[in-house]
Design a protein around this ligand. Structure first.
Ligand code: ZN
Length: 289
């Protein structure tokens, strides 16, 4: 259901409310232009999280979390991103395996079929970001290159790290081997700070290591406007924008995650970036107050 349409930032925004039971064909999305790049955020599903995922240690932190989530749930959507321009169709993250139908519908409503996708950027190897790469044991994107950060790919393909990992984490190593088996030499690595695809020089990977060893965000710059898809920089928007030092239990390096969260949110506020992430309660990017 269209909630409202507004004219802002010189572009037409169309916002669909993120509802629990969006009927097929109504994937909430937001679209805007960043220079010559068309940016589309798509919310595949409503996915609440338990506030217990936060590492609230002091009484003050616990009280702040209780205040932020009085009904005991962090109400989030799961966002993926589509960037289009100069012949490139770049999907950033793919959702869970169980949101594959929603991903297909989200792409279809953007006028894109899986065969049209030229690049899939995986911000990190967790299953809620890689799940849409395979369908029925086959590569879902027949033409696309699959792009990880260099550090992320190096970590999840390192046999010594795999041996040292816990059983739960070892599953993620298997996910990455499966992706390599499906996509072969179409899997590529990009260095943070550089353009992700040559067609779109104003789209860069941003180093956000901490949540995972090579976690990245995706930044689009145009003139004096900056848009950041921060992926899993945070999972509890209200609590962690208020206190960026608080990490989540699934941040692999909680201290590093806190540092990059603090620095990124500070710059986003100071420079008025438009921001959105994978696990936030909104589809339409925001400027942080
Ligand atoms: Zn995630």
């Amino acid at each position: 259901m269209w909630k409202y349409a507004a004219q802002t930032l010189g572009v037409v925004m169309m916002i669909v409310s993120a509802v629990n039971s969006a009927p097929a064909g109504e994937i909430p999305h937001y679209e805007c232009a960043m220079g010559e790049v068309d940016v589309r955020v798509m919310s595949l599903v409503q996915k609440d999280l338990n506030p217990a995922i936060l590492r609230a240690e002091t009484d003050a932190e616990k009280a702040a979390v209780d205040r932020a989530y009085p009904d005991g749930a962090i109400h989030n959507v799961l966002n993926v991103l589509l960037l289009r321009g100069h012949g490139a169709t770049v999907l950033v993250d793919t959702g869970y395996d169980w949101t594959a139908d929603a991903l297909l519908e989200a792409l279809r409503s953007a006028g894109v079929g899986p065969e049209d996708v030229t690049h899939v950027v995986i911000t990190h190897a967790h299953g809620d970001h890689t799940g849409g790469l395979a369908r029925d044991g086959k590569a879902f994107f027949p033409r696309a290159s699959i792009i990880f950060s260099d550090k992320e790919l190096a970590y999840w393909t390192n046999p010594d790290e795999r041996k040292a990992a816990s059983e739960g984490t070892r599953k993620i190593f298997s996910t990455v081997s499966d992706i390599l088996a499906l996509y072969g030499d179409r899997v590529r690595a990009v260095a943070p700070g550089t353009a992700i695809v040559p067609e779109l020089p104003n789209v860069r990977a941003v180093d956000e290591a901490g949540h995972t060893p090579g976690h990245i965000g995706v930044m689009v710059e145009s003139g004096d406007k900056t848009f950041l898809f921060w992926s899993d920089l945070l999972h509890a928007f209200d609590a962690q924008t208020a206190d960026p030092s608080m990490s989540a239990t699934f941040d692999m390096d909680p201290a590093a995650a806190a540092l990059v969260r603090e620095a990124t949110l500070k710059r986003a506020r100071e420079e008025g970036w438009l921001v959105v992430g994978s696990h936030v309660p909104f589809t339409e990017p925001r400027v942080l107050p």
